[in-house]
Each structure stands twice: as structure tokens, then as C-alpha cells.
Design a protein around this ligand. Structure first.
Ligand SMILES: N[C@@H](CCC(=O)N[C@@H](CS)C(=O)NCC(=O)O)C(=O)O
Length: 416
């Protein structure tokens, strides 16, 4: 027994040394090994913080082959695997099957809120209207050539991540903030931000609030929001930081949050600034004056597409659909002039983007004219913004959501 365990320890030592030697074998490997060990450290501390939650464990239990293309962690082992295993890794990370599933069923399952004014609102006939709903349509247009081939699934904030993890939805477009824990612990990946938002508060002017109010002014207030959001955590942190005590009440549905505010059950409601602007535009009673503050939001809320982890083909499709809507704007192309642009592209990039010579869409399994279909059937980024967000009073010009050429944060990579 003793001899055996000593032998096992010796073997483990030799193996560990061999792994270290391989990891440090070349400049490239050293770089990767360093970043791998940094990743490992980060993962360990995040798991600790999470009290070993199932989600964190699940991420670790994932087969190596589906784990971020093998880039993070265990690089040395990766170097030692046989060639055929490396090929298997590439296949799995290139195509997790989502595209084939969508094509097979003939529609995209897309999770939305259904109650987020200007982003996705369920209509009496069951259809969805809004900026997020249009991004679902854009992805359907890219994949299936039909913007209407979407099965919308209305989800509360608390329901949404399970719907992605279980594959109930292929894509989630639901005012969802990209955060570190959601991206790493919960089995999901995030695409490019489609709306740079930030959390604010809304109160009645008759209670003494105005646009210059701050979190320091809300001591003793009943503050309401919806459960399962970044919002509830941010406001608790902000109240602590400002040394005020609040009565935080959470509800499953933001419609109930707003109704409770209207009838006086909440002094303050808080969520993404865009949500407050939408609610004020559509629901402020004639005898109330609602004010939004603080002028500078209390958090960053980068909202965008969310999908299941480790399907890089589908991730590419969603990401480049978003980029295509922005590249169109960079080139002055929108729904009304895209046909002229296809017939006579002003630049080589426009030609490639819309399916002409040198097009790149086929490389990700899409029809060559996928992004022409997106712009033609749904529109460019500014088309969608103007259709849904401008009418409730949200401004594009000069905001974070403007193109980088106008001083904003929207900077799509080149279609090359
Ligand atoms: N961005 C935050 C908040 C998302 C959220 O739930 N926003 C509200 C207000 S815009 C909403 O979508 N309400 C509609 C609903 O609850 O269905 C998050 O990802 O946690």
C-alpha cells in the first residue's frame, strides 16, 4: 500500500513536471500558459465567491472540448492530446448545432421581455414590437431569409437565463446586461452590446425629487424593482455606499412594479434608464409628475444578445448580424436605400457585406445575401433605433449608442 502510494506520488510529480516543461516549451506556449494560469486563478476566486454554486461547478464540469476552444486552462494537457482529439475540439467549438436546429425547425426561438416599452411589448394579437424584437427578426432574416420566422417567447427577468441554458430559446434579446458572472458562471455567452444603458431611479416630483436628486436623497424610501436583475443588486450597493437605508421590494414583473408605483405603494422605482423613460412616456398619469435621476446613472448596463455557451458558429452569426446593422450605418445604408446599394455598391466593403463578390457570410453557414436580407427586411441600427427608441424620447445623436464616427461607442469590426 505504502509503496504503491509513494509510486503514485512520484508519478504525479513526474507528470506535473512534464506538464510544466511542456507549458514553458516555447514563447507562444509560455504566453498561453501564463494567461491560462491567470484564468484559473480568476475562476477559483469566482467559484469561492459563489459558494460553489451549481452553475460554477457546471461550467467546470463541461467537457474540455467545449470549453472555450481549449484556450483557457489546462493548456499543457491540450498540448499533449492526440491530433484526432484536437480535431474533435475544433469541430465542437465551430458548430454547436444551433444553426442546424434553427434551419431544421424553420424558425428562431427568441426570448424577449414582452413588457419592456420600446424594446419588446406583446401586442393584443401576440406579436412583439420593439428594438429587441427587431434584433430577433434580424437574426431570423440572416439565417432563414425571413424576418417573420421568429417564435417569440416572453420571459420575466428571473426566467430568462434558464430558458437559454435549457435551449428553450436560441437567442435572448431581453434588456439583458452583460456581466462577468452571467458570462462565466451561468453557461451563457454574450454578443455585442446593442444598447449602452445605465441604471437610474424614478420618483414623484410631489415627493420633493427633481432631476438633480441623488441616491443620498432616498433615505427611508420604499424602492421597487423586478427580481433577478442587476438592478436590485446595484441599488442595494448604491444605498450602502451613500449611507442611506431603503426598503427594497422586488416583484416578478415590471408591469406590477410600475402599477404599484402609480398607486403609491412604492416611493421610487429603479431599472435601466431606457426602461424608466419608456414607462414615463407611456404610463405617467395626468395628475403625477415623474422625475428621473441621478443625471449620471448609478451603473453600467450594456444590453445585448445572449445565447448558449460554446457554439461559436451561432455566436458569429448573431454577432455579425449586429455588426452588419452598424456597418450599414457607417456606410449610410438603410432599409430605404439598400436595394440601390446592392445594385451599385459604393465601396468594396458594402459589396461584400450585401452578398456581392468576396462575400464572407457563407463562411459562417449563412446565405451570401444574409445581411442584405437583414437590412432590407428589418433595417440598419439607426432604422431600428428611430423606429422604436426615438418615439419614447431616447436620443441617438451624441449618445454612447451613436457610431464611433459621431463620438459614440458603436465600433463594428470591418467586413473584410
Ligand atoms: N438590464 C437589467 C434589468 C433588466 C430588466 O428586467 N429590465 C426591466 C425594465 S427595462 C424590464 O425588462 N422589464 C420588463 C419585464 O420585467 O418584463 C438586467 O439585465 O438584469
Amino acid at each position: 500500500m505504502n509503496n504503491k502510494s509513494t509510486l503514485a506520488k512520484l508519478l504525479a510529480l513526474v507528470l506535473a513536471f512534464a506538464m510544466f516543461a511542456v507549458a514553458c516549451g516555447s514563447d507562444d506556449d509560455t504566453t498561453t500558459a501564463d494567461s491560462a494560469s491567470n484564468d484559473d486563478t480568476a475562476e477559483t476566486s469566482s467559484d469561492d465567491g459563489d459558494n460553489g454554486s451549481d452553475d460554477g461547478d457546471m461550467a467546470e464540469d463541461e467537457p474540455e472540448a467545449t470549453d472555450d476552444g481549449g484556450d483557457d486552462g489546462d493548456m499543457a494537457e491540450d498540448d499533449m492530446v492526440e491530433d484526432d482529439m484536437e480535431e474533435a475540439e475544433v469541430e465542437l467549438t465551430q458548430d454547436g448545432g444551433t444553426l442546424a436546429a434553427i434551419v431544421g425547425r424553420g424558425e428562431l426561438n427568441c426570448g424577449v421581455s414582452g413588457a419592456a416599452i420600446a424594446f419588446s411589448v406583446t401586442q393584443p394579437d401576440g406579436s412583439q414590437v420593439g428594438f429587441d424584437a427587431d434584433y430577433c427578426r434580424a437574426v431570423a432574416a440572416a439565417i432563414l431569409g425571413d424576418a417573420e420566422a421568429v417564435n417569440f417567447v416572453a420571459l420575466t427577468a428571473a426566467e430568462r437565463f434558464t430558458a437559454v441554458q435549457t435551449g428553450q430559446v436560441d437567442l435572448l434579446m431581453r434588456n439583458t446586461t452583460w456581466t462577468q458572472s452571467r458570462d462565466t458562471d451561468v453557461g451563457m455567452d454574450f454578443g455585442p452590446t446593442t444598447y449602452f444603458d445605465g441604471q437610474q431611479l424614478m420618483a414623484r416630483a410631489s415627493d420633493g425629487f427633481d432631476a438633480s436628486s441623488t441616491v443620498a436623497d432616498i433615505d427611508g424610501a420604499i424602492v421597487c424593482t423586478n427580481a433577478g436583475t442587476t438592478t436590485e443588486k446595484n441599488i442595494a450597493d448604491a444605498a450602502d455606499a451613500s449611507g442611506v437605508s431603503i426598503d427594497l421590494q422586488t416583484f416578478e414583473d415590471f408591469n406590477i412594479v410600475t402599477d404599484t408605483f402609480i398607486t403609491g405603494g412604492c416611493d421610487i422605482i429603479t431599472t435601466d434608464g431606457s426602461g424608466l423613460v419608456g414607462r414615463k412616456a407611456e404610463q405617467q398619469p395626468a395628475d403625477q409628475d415623474w422625475v428621473i435621476f441621478p443625471a449620471s446613472p448609478i451603473s453600467k448596463e450594456p444590453l445585448g444578445p445572449t445565447y448558449g455557451q460554446n457554439d461559436s458558429q451561432f455566436a458569429d452569426i448573431v454577432n455579425w448580424t449586429v455588426y452588419a446593422t452598424l456597418i450599414a450605418d457607417e456606410n449610410g445604408i438603410n432599409q430605404s436605400n439598400v436595394d440601390g446599394a446592392v445594385a451599385d455598391p459604393a465601396t468594396a466593403e458594402v459589396g461584400r457585406l450585401l452578398g456581392g463578390e468576396g462575400e464572407l457570410q457563407s463562411l459562417m453557414g449563412l446565405p451570401a445575401d444574409a445581411f442584405y436580407q437583414v437590412i432590407s427586411q428589418v433595417g440598419s441600427y439607426s432604422d431600428m433605433f428611430d423606429r422604436h427608441l426615438t418615439p419614447v424620447g431616447i436620443t441617438l445623436d451624441g449618445s454612447f449608442n451613436d457610431l464611433w464616427t459621431n463620438g459614440g461607442l458603436m465600433y463594428p469590426p470591418p467586413a473584410r
